[in-house]
Design a protein. Structure first.
Length: 416
């Protein structure tokens, strides 16, 4: 569960990818979750940069490949992005978990910021449509033996990496076979399979994806089944799920109820969602771990029509991480909802100066929104032109290409 819906629409759950996500979830469920044992508790830990349990090489695939070939070890890759709250959750709560220490010498560990231009060759070679994406790459021929999109708990990661190659191949074949499912089939499959699985990340991903499919297909019976599981796992999933994934389940139920016109029900769930996130943020041991919840907290507050509640936490995150574009970008969204347009303009200007890579499209689209709200047609045009110019030669995923196409259409619609 890897979207940042407080700043962007959730492209990752579009119909054309929903079934592939569901298939991959079922594959991981078969590989890691069917034993029935629950993952151990996930401990909040300090930043991945300063308290790493695993000896990560950062943003240097050539070095990792050379080291892997010399040591005859596979490469484990964490492909992530700074805007991706699920990526940050994985980095703060999983990849620094002490229980992974026994496998530290089994791989050459590589972290790839997919937004950095220097990592474009890796991103072009090892394509992704969701983040985080975890890879295991064979060094002799650079072929991946594992590709997993999404999060896992520390125990699930250990189980996944311990899977035999034949099991991984079978999971891959199942994924390909199921990839042609349409939205109604996706929803029905999720509603059938999810109740059979133990609580854990595979079930959570299946439930979240199934709810998105059920909304798209307008299948209320399937949505009811999945929403009940989602709320139960979101409320009771401590230890079996990352808090970020529990939050995503709350979010899917809010969206499902809202899509049905059940505003009272959506608000009731959003109230529980916000309270859950505030409690998790309060337990965080470091600013990095606390900021994992910024995007979802903003989403919950927006769902409640209370964007002002996000302002103190985002101001704190901007103080803690002065080089990060995410806090001011999210502040701009909150201020825009509050009609504080001068503050929104100042915040998005700060974000635009800090952002890099394809994410510039999202940030500058918010800048265009702020300009439009101010009645500044020339400013809206400039923001869109800059978004397109900054990503003209960038290596883009399929989803990012669609974002760019939408921005180009929006620019054309403004006229000269």
């Amino acid at each position: 569960m890897w979207t940042d819906r407080a700043v962007e629409p959730h492209d990752q759950r579009k119909p054309e990818v929903a079934a592939r996500i569901l298939a991959a979830c079922l594959a991981l469920a078969a590989a890691t979750a069917c034993g029935g044992s629950k993952p151990g508790p996930v401990r909040p830990v300090a930043s991945s940069a300063s308290h790493e349990v695993l000896p990560f090489i950062h943003d240097d695939y050539s070095r990792a490949l050379a080291e892997a070939r010399a040591k005859k070890k596979p490469i484990f890759v964490d492909a992530w992005a700074p805007w991706c709250h699920s990526c940050l959750s994985l980095r703060s709560y999983v990849l620094t978990d002490p229980s992974l220490a026994p496998i530290a010498n089994d791989y050459v560990w590589l972290s790839i910021d997919t937004e950095k231009e220097s990592n474009a060759p890796f991103v072009a070679k090892f394509t992704h449509e969701a983040l985080p994406t975890l890879w295991v790459i064979r060094p002799e021929d650079e072929e991946p033996t594992l590709r997993w999109a999404g999060t896992v708990t520390a125990k699930e990661l250990r189980d996944l990496l311990a899977a035999k190659p034949s099991e991984l191949h079978a999971a891959h074949e199942r994924t390909l076979a199921m990839s042609k499912q349409d939205e109604p089939a996706c929803a029905r499959l999720a509603a059938t399979e999810a109740p059979k699985l133990p609580r854990g990340t595979p079930r959570a991903d299946i439930v979240a994806t199934g709810l998105a499919c059920a909304r798209g297909a307008k299948l209320e019976a399937e949505a009811d089944v999945l929403a009940e599981i989602a709320l139960r796992d979101a409320s009771e999933g401590e230890g079996a799920l990352l808090a970020d994934d529990r939050s995503a389940l709350f979010e899917e139920v809010v969206e499902t109820k809202r899509a049905r016109g059940d505003e009272a029900g959506a608000r009731a769930v959003a109230t529980r969602w916000a309270a859950f996130l505030e409690a998790e943020a309060a337990k965080a041991k470091t600013p990095e771990a606390r900021a994992v919840f910024d995007a979802h907290r903003l989403g919950a507050y927006l769902a409640l029509g209370q964007p002002e509640r996000a302002v103190p936490m985002l101001l704190a995150s901007e103080r803690d991480f002065p080089g990060d574009y995410n806090p001011p970008a999210r502040l701009a969204v909150a201020y825009l909802e509050m009609k504080r347009l001068d503050d929104a303009s100042a915040a998005i200007d700060r974000a635009a100066k800090r952002v890099y890579g394809p994410r510039a499209m999202r940030v500058l689209s918010v800048a265009a929104d702020v300009a439009k709200a101010r009645g500044d047609r020339a400013g809206e045009r400039r923001a869109l032109e800059e978004a397109l110019a900054r990503t003209e030669k960038a290596t883009l995923t399929t989803g990012q290409k669609k974002v760019r196409e939408r921005l180009a259409k929006r620019l054309a619609a403004i006229g000269p």
